[in-house]
Write a protein that binds this ligand. Structure first.
Ligand code: ATP
Length: 468
């Protein structure tokens, strides 16, 4: 990521960087491009310099990978002793480390079993699952990677039979999705087992959360209790800083508005900092993003002065024609970072990725992608480069927080907007168009006579050049 020098911060950023309290809870809100991630990273570096054990927690792996890469000469965040994790991973590690007894609705129960006792647990119905990560399994030796698990039904029939192997469970999942955490259950469980939890597993005393709007209020209620010292190690309350923009919410279900976060974290006005200056986009890109603005509280950024080309909306005969447009742009601008963003359709993401890779093959340009569910491409820390020329193909959910010189939002004709979900569609378009530093194109595929539903929601001239 591009990290301005602390001396280049503007006044509103400086207020956070220099004067926001180190302890308790602080909220920073601001629209896209106002420097929230920059402040998260700068504040983390500052806290680490002062000897505070700090973590920056991101919503997804893409942002985690992006924030890990700092400009040359600064050294990675990890090298500075700062943990960079997704929130889920951070709390999963903590949860396992606390070794609290299994939660009632947990999908998986783990046993801390030595190699020598494997036959005994097997007799009780436990199974060895090598793919399950257990913090206590040694990295080498005879029992390397052994994770013994027992089905919840089996366990709850006779919990006492397993007690000698310190049973614990996975983070309780919410009913909506196995990937979403049931934070209320986590809170209740930690309150109940506060005295037996091994709190030395909490390896941080400062937590900075980026993209805070994508976590539910229950998560912030847990953080509040941890920062008040109600949950956590005695005498070591957790300091929390949250950065958020409610206009960039990802899901209609699991999210928080700014006022939800203020309430759940009990943030007074004096601890809520507002950013308004957009450092990322040109004025022309910002005007298109503004068209999709859904009107929630964080506000529209001040329009930037920097000028650039007028964004375009282009009809393409086929996916292949759209791909050719992108490849032509890349050939004319070989030094650019290019984002190809899709309003959440994994089949389309893969199709664009494959077609771009083939079409760009004669050149040495890097074409890369990420998808959580695609085992070939779900390790962005290992596979992706940032701040170098590349064509990066991503779904909407993965492009949060990132930026590119040029953005092509493709496949928009296929977007289906469910009743009452228009605001979320617009928020998705807001997030994707605001990734562009300079050039923005919205591409749809169809015949000249086609009128896909979404075209009615697109900006019009003169904000955008319409090309058929
Ligand atoms: N004071 C500054 N001077 C110069 N560039 C800056 C400054 N602050 C931020 N930037 C640049 O602006 C861009 C956007 O910053 P950043 O990604 O932190 O914004 P953000 O608020 O997190 O955006 P989003 O909500 O879209 O994730 C980055 O390229 C960053 O380097």
């Amino acid at each position: 990521m591009r990290l301005p020098n602390a001396r280049d911060l503007n006044e509103e950023q400086e207020r956070v960087y220099l004067y926001a309290p180190e302890d308790g809870r602080v909220l920073v809100s601001g629209p896209p491009g106002t420097g929230k991630t920059v402040l998260a990273v700068l504040r983390a570096m500052e806290a680490a310099k002062k000897g505070r054990r700090t973590a920056v927690a991101m919503f997804n792996r893409m942002l985690e990978a992006y924030a890990c890469r700092l400009p040359d000469g600064i050294g990675s965040l990890e090298a500075q002793g700062i943990q960079v994790r997704t929130v889920r991973q951070l709390f999963k590690e903590l949860w396992f480390g606390l070794r609290v007894p299994p939660a009632a609705n947990a999908a998986l129960i783990l046993l801390d079993t030595s190699f020598d006792e494997r036959e005994k647990v097997k007799e009780l119905g436990a199974k060895w699952k090598p793919a399950i990560w257990a913090p206590w399994s040694p990295k080498s030796g005879k029992s390397r990677g052994y994770s013994w698990t027992v089905e919840p039904d089996e366990y709850w029939r006779n919990p006492g039979a397993f007690s000698r192997w310190s049973p614990t469970s996975d983070l309780p999942a919410s009913e909506e999705s196995e990937f979403a955490v049931d934070w209320d259950t986590v809170t209740r469980h930690l309150l109940k087992h506060q005295s037996v939890a091994r709190w030395d597993a909490l390896s941080i005393d400062k937590l900075i959360i980026d993209e805070g709007q994508d976590f539910p209020p229950e998560f912030f209620r847990l953080l509040r209790l941890m920062s008040e010292g109600v949950i956590g190690p005695e005498g070591r309350p957790l300091a929390v800083m949250v950065l958020a923009d409610e206009n960039q919410r990802l899901s209609a279900k699991q999210h928080s508005t700014i006022s939800d976060i203020e309430t759940a974290l009990a943030i007074p006005a004096s601890r809520h900092y507002h950013l308004r200056t957009n450092f990322r986009n040109t004025r022309q890109v910002a005007l298109v993003a503004q068209h999709f603005f859904a009107g929630a509280n964080t506000g529209i950024p001040l329009l930037p002065e920097r000028r650039g080309p007028t964004p375009e909306m282009r009809r393409c005969e086929s996916v292949q024609t759209a791909v050719e447009q992108i490849v032509t742009y890349q050939r004319n601008n070989p030094k650019h970072e290019i984002g190809v963003l899709i309003p959440d359709d994994d089949t389309a993401r893969r199709a664009y990725f494959d077609a771009l890779r083939t079409a760009a093959a004669p050149s040495s340009v890097r074409v890369q992608t990420y998808a959580f569910r695609d085992p070939e491409f779900n390790q962005p820390k290992r596979h992706l480069v940032f701040d170098e020329p590349a064509v990066t193909v991503l779904n909407r959910a993965s492009c949060k927080g990132l930026e590119f010189d040029a953005v092509f939002v493709v496949n928009i004709h296929a977007a289906r907007i469910e009743e009452g979900q228009e605001d979320f569609f617009k928020m998705g378009m807001y997030v994707m168009s605001a990734r562009a530093r300079r050039s923005l194109a919205l591409l749809w595929v169809g015949r000249p006579s086609d009128r896909p539903q979404v075209l009615g929601l697109m900006p019009r001239a003169p904000a955008i050049r319409i090309l058929a």
